[in-house]
Design a protein around this ligand. Sequence first.
Ligand SMILES: Nc1nc2c(c(=O)[nH]1)N[C@H]1C(S)=C(S)[C@@H](COP(=O)(O)O)O[C@H]1N2
Ligand SMILES: [Mo]
Length: 261
Amino acid sequence: MSKSTDRGPRGVWPRPMSRRHLLTSVPALGGLLVTGCAETHLPPTVRGGLVGAADVLTMSTTRWLMSDQPLAREYERSDIAPNFPTWGQTNPEDEDYQRHLSEGFVNWRLPVTGLVGRPGSFSLDELKRFPSRTQITAHVCEQGWSAIGEWTGVPLAAVLETAGGVSPEAKYVVFNAMDGWYESIDMFDVVHPQTILAYGLNGDELPRGNGAPLRLRVERQCGYKNIKFLKSIDVVDSLAGVGRGTGGLSSDYGFHWYGGV
Ligand SMILES: Nc1nc2c(c(=O)[nH]1)N[C@H]1C(S)=C(S)[C@@H](COP(=O)(O)O)O[C@H]1N2
Ligand SMILES: [Mo]
């Protein structure tokens, strides 16, 4: 991703810089990392060594680059990949999942718990009755492939709003999947207009292999954060109690918690 020059980004970047400029802006960038970004633009756990430094740099730089470019790129219908791949889990063995699948998900519900005004749950039909958002975006898998697809779903922010809104101390939303996977995102991504709970792909129902009945689309992050087969969502102020404590299955196994693309 690069910042477009013609839109006149704030600050100096990416206008051609003299060496002097570069030298004077390095402390400024440092300041941005430790001050401006400290609250929302740092991963919840900062690991040691180079990996930790990379975590911090990726997240704070992507967020900073996004500051005048709020939406991930959206494509044309003609760009859509004819066969969107299925990857990772494509058919959870979980008994509940198999039952819901055979019933066409009519009895499936999404619990919304934790730091919300009115914890409760939503059926698939209820979620489909919200104003929807459709977006044609590039999915980028960390394992070396990408594909463009058209996703339709309900903005996560609208669901949380209907659940009574989030408490002031809320910091993350944790997603649990029916195959045991879990991931979390912070409020910056939670309220992002392209963060949707998707039930449609390329104008059809979301296929099983792509995460039926409902999956997360968080367009600024890699494939693995786009968790499929949603089971529940939980609003929390800390990730300490989630899995091994880093806030996601992927980060518990050493991937970046913030999987920026
Ligand atoms: N629950 C769950 N979510 C998941 C996965 C998974 O195995 N289980 N795989 C992840 C990875 S690595 C990628 S690239 C995408 C793949 O989405 P797709 O099957 O629609 O292509 O889903 C992500 N979400
Ligand atoms: Mo992936």
